[in-house]
Design a protein around this ligand. Sequence first.
Ligand code: ASC
Length: 150
Amino acid sequence: MRKRFIYVICLTLTIVVAGMAYAQFDKPQDAIKYRQAVMILLGHHFGKIGAALGGASEDKTIVQDARVVAMLAPLPWEAFLVPGTDNGDTTMSSKVFEDTGTFKSDAAAFEKEAIKLDQVAAGGKMDALKVQFGAVAKTCKACHGNFRNR
Ligand code: ASC
């Protein structure tokens, strides 16, 4: 009985600590690096879809690229909201902290359109995919315009 109690406590602690490790970064620069890594991958895979739609490359990986974009879409936002990460090696604007509501709704708009991109890509209709690619690009641009320093 006592052993079982200790086991349950240890398991609970492990789950709690693992959850914390996921949610936080040791240093502000770690959050910056994390979100930059996600953004590089997003740009790469979204850019590949754009190149294929424009005829610059074969369209063989569109479905996978759209799946990757949709899977990455929810990941970076928490890392943008880490205090102090508007300083350092970043192009993130301090406006993220001044207007977090708009930042979150811009991110949510992108996530929504990215999920739709995945669905449309799986459907295989190129005309519909072009339209949806444009819809996603619009949400990228809106958030960059509001929150990225250039
Ligand atoms: C990309 C990329 C962006 C967006 C933006 C959409 O592929 O790297 O920043 O699309 O150009 O307007």
